[in-house]
Design a protein around this ligand. Sequence first.
Ligand SMILES: *Cc1c(COP(=O)(O)O)cnc(C)c1O
Length: 430
Amino acid sequence: MKYYSLNRQAPMVSYRTAVINGIAPDGGLYYPEELPILPRAFIRELDRYSPLEIGIQAMTPFVQKDIPKNELESILEKVLDFDFPLVPIEAQIETLELFHGPTMAFKDVGARFMALSLGYFNRNEENEITVLVATSGDTGGAVANGFLGVQGVNVVILYPDGKVSDIQEKQLTTLGQNIRALRVKGTFDDCQRMVKKAFADKSLKGSVQLTSANSINVARWLPQMLYYLLAYHQKKKPVGELVFSVPSGNFGNICAGMVAKKMGLPISHFIAATNVNDTVPRFMKTSEYDPHPSTATISNAMDVGDPSNFVRILELHNNDFKSLKENLSSYSFTDKETKVAMKKIYSKSKYIADPHGAVGYLGLQKYRETHPDCEGIFLETAHPVKFLDVVTETLHTDITLPPQIEKIMNKKKVSIPISTYEELREFLLK
Ligand SMILES: *Cc1c(COP(=O)(O)O)cnc(C)c1O
């Protein structure tokens, strides 16, 4: 498979180069040259295949020539080593729980797939690659965990001191091995600025090979299509009109779902549910793309004002607003509505949803007002324990710590304090 830049001013590249580059030299996102169609019989009998077999069938065309089959199999075995259960909530509504991975956020799948791809490409290189990431909380944990123990790759994480939750800080700072955490005196934006500066710093080139691990990387984006296939794999047949509601921030997850549909998965409609950061819901009303700066909410992993993957969604619909509108509805919800939904789901179904999942639920309910016959699945993208304060305060109930979190609570946090770019630079050169 070859990948082209959506800015169309850079050469087509292999999977390998797309993963290593992250972003094309012209600043565009990489996009696959074609979307392969899965065999009809395979889709029809999806329930008979194992998650690993489904992963291999779906991902092979995207990595072919760069990752041999046995290697892809061993990568996917590690990526898919936890469950993605479909849990009934109410009549015609289920949730797909994507939070059973090591850091309990759905980003575990993409982060691990990218880490193992990169580790494979760098296996015989003398020089190590350094993955540099700034995090406001969740991404850093998933990336760090994905890369833990991967040979030839070092990870350096920058996070704002005192501005991530205790659990998140534990996830970033207790891993050891090839993962190092720098706590920055400042905000997330300061961390982000330092990372950008390092990528542009010519004096680092030659001494350190830096790479980013954010969600625009094709290796983090594409494997997310597996969630949709694995949901369908668990459905009791026959399935009528099937819709997915996806809590969306950078729109990578929902876009991967749309890829799965293009490849033949029978999904009738997508709902992009957002918090008050409503650039896409406004676009779907007006067809005018007018990004706003982001606003802080209780579903903070979706506090994105200018979603980076939206250009991929437009490409997938040939930049045709009408066909996009047939495939996608998008609604935004306030924190107040989100909390009311959390309470309703809890009292009606005894299910504890985290704020992101609750936004997904609201999107589905809204769509069902005009499409009462559809069967809906909303994605639960994080375990409620990751948003402990909001959840306990809203639902007045305790959450038992899952083993992944329990395990790290007594570990000692290790991080290095920095406050200037110079300090980061020195650290990278050491
Ligand atoms: C990252 C994240 C999202 C948003 O996913 P996108 O692919 O960026 O749209 C939603 N929920 C949680 C918990 C996340 O961590």
